[in-house]
Structures are given as structure tokens and as C-alpha cells.
Ligand binder design. Structure first.
Ligand SMILES: O=c1ccn([C@@H]2O[C@H](COP(=O)(O)O)[C@@H](O)[C@H]2O)c(=O)[nH]1
Length: 236
């Protein structure tokens, strides 16, 4: 069974690097200060399930953020292949909600061996004007609400959304699991994120876990930043 012991510290640090040694070093120094580790496409492309297992050996729950988006058969087969290859299933997996209901159902069924499956709604790097350019009408909030309903109806465990929408969605889906990236402690560099929120605000609004990458991993002292965030969240 996957390690889901992340409720004591809701911070999942995103180790977004293709460098296995660097990821292992960061995992080692951050392990006492975070609740889990998020690995994404650039790490998986470079090291596959072998790399995921190396990081999982450090004992923290793994959120494998591969954002599956394809037809139902392909997504289900990809998840089954992952589960056959990997020693133990990741605690959390992602699919794109825009893949539709049948795809989400197939993903959840394939992942039934123990991973939570959450649906990515509107990426936190997009704002209202970006949605207009790709032909989406409505605000990010209204799109996220609509996609959250679809994810829930499709049997997913929860969604990925920004701190700007999580309160509203949590009101409607009380037992949903809400993953919130786009987290920026006050004064940190926003970079390519557009819908951002501080760690404390995201938690107050109903986030289940917070995904934090560069504000921690690119700090001069990553462990100090992670530990300060954990202390701040514990005081709440
Ligand atoms: O909407 C989304 C979905 C996923 N992410 C991922 O979260 C981290 C954020 O990293 P930062 O360095 O803290 O910006 C990254 O791995 C993304 O792939 C997201 O940002 N937004």
C-alpha cells in the first residue's frame, strides 16, 4: 500500500529536475520538513519508475504528477503498466479532467490498487485572458467549479486547482481531496504562475495538500525555507 502519512504536514515539495543526484540530495535534506514529494514529467522522462523508487526509498509519500490526458484505453493501460513496473503505487496520481468522464473512470479503476487519483482542472499558470485565447468562456473559477463537478461524478478522489478556487469547490465537495499548487510564500518570486496563494491562505481555504517547488528548491537554504513554512502552518 502507498504511504499516505501526509496529514501531519500538508507540504509536498516538487522536485522538478531531471538530475537524479540533485533530487535525492534535496529529498534527503527536506525529508524532516515536508509531508511528501511530488515528482513530475521532467523527472519521470529522465528516470522512469526506477527514479521514482529511488526517491520513494527515502520514506515519504510520492505524488506522481504525470497529468495523463488521452483516450480511456490508453490512460488505463498506462496506469496498469506503471503499477506493474513500480514496487509500490504512488500515493497520488493526476489525470486531466478535460479527458472526460469515461477517461477519468477508467483511470480510477486502473489505479484502484491504492493511489488517489485527482483531476487537473485549470492550470495555475493560466489566467482569464489565457482562457480566452484557447477559446474558453467564463472565469477560471467557473471553469474549475464545472470541472470539479465532472471529476466528482467520474469517481475521482479530488482535483488540482489554485488557492483562488479551492474554498468554493470545497464548500460543494466536503470530502474531496484538494491539491493546490501555485503556492507562493509572501515575497517569493511568482515566475510563470498566475493564480497564486500563500501556504496559510490555501490551507485556510480548504486545501488538502500544498505543492511547493521553486520557492523551496531554488532557495539558498531549502531546508530552512521548508522548515519555516512547516512552522507557520503548525501554528495555525
Ligand atoms: O495547475 C497546476 C498543476 C500542477 N502544477 C505543478 O506544481 C508544481 C509547482 O511548482 P512551483 O515551482 O512551486 O511553481 C510544478 O511541478 C507544476 O508542474 C502547477 O504548478 N499547476
Amino acid at each position: 500500500m502507498p504511504n499516505t502519512d501526509f496529514l501531519s504536514n500538508p507540504v509536498f515539495v516538487a522536485l522538478d529536475t531531471p538530475d537524479l543526484k540533485k533530487a535525492e540530495k534535496l529529498a534527503t535534506i527536506l525529508r524532516p520538513h515536508v509531508g511528501g514529494i511530488k515528482l513530475g514529467l521532467e523527472f519521470f522522462m529522465a528516470h522512469g519508475h526506477y527514479g521514482v523508487e529511488k526517491i520513494a526509498d527515502q520514506g515519504l509519500p510520492i505524488f506522481l504528477d504525470l497529468k495523463f490526458h488521452d483516450i480511456p484505453n490508453t490512460v488505463a493501460s498506462a496506469i496498469e503498466a506503471l503499477f506493474q513496473a513500480i514496487k509500490s503505487p504512488p500515493a497520488i496520481l493526476t489525470v486531466h479532467t478535460e479527458g472526460g468522464e469515461a477517461m477519468m473512470r477508467a483511470a480510477k479503476k486502473a489505479a484502484d490498487k491504492g493511489s488517489k487519483v485527482v483531476g487537473v482542472t485549470i492550470l495555475t499558470s493560466l489566467d482569464q485572458s489565457d482562457l480566452g485565447v484557447i477559446g474558453m468562456t467564463g472565469t477560471p473559477e467557473s471553469q474549475v467549479e464545472k470541472l470539479a463537478r465532472l471529476a466528482r461524478r467520474s469517481g475521482l478522489d479530488g482535483i488540482v486547482c489554485s488557492g483562488e478556487e479551492v474554498e468554493q469547490v470545497h464548500e460543494e465537495w466536503r470530502d474531496g481531496f484538494f491539491v493546490v499548487p501555485g503556492i507562493r510564500p509572501a515575497d517569493s518570486v511568482v515566475g510563470d504562475q498566475k493564480r497564486v496563494c500563500t501556504p496559510a491562505d490555501a490551507l485556510d481555504r480548504g486545501a488538502s495538500i500544498l505543492v511547493i517547488g521553486r520557492p523551496i528548491t531554488r532557495a539558498d537554504e531549502p531546508a530552512e525555507v521548508a522548515s519555516a513554512i512547516a512552522r507557520q502552518l503548525r501554528r495555525k
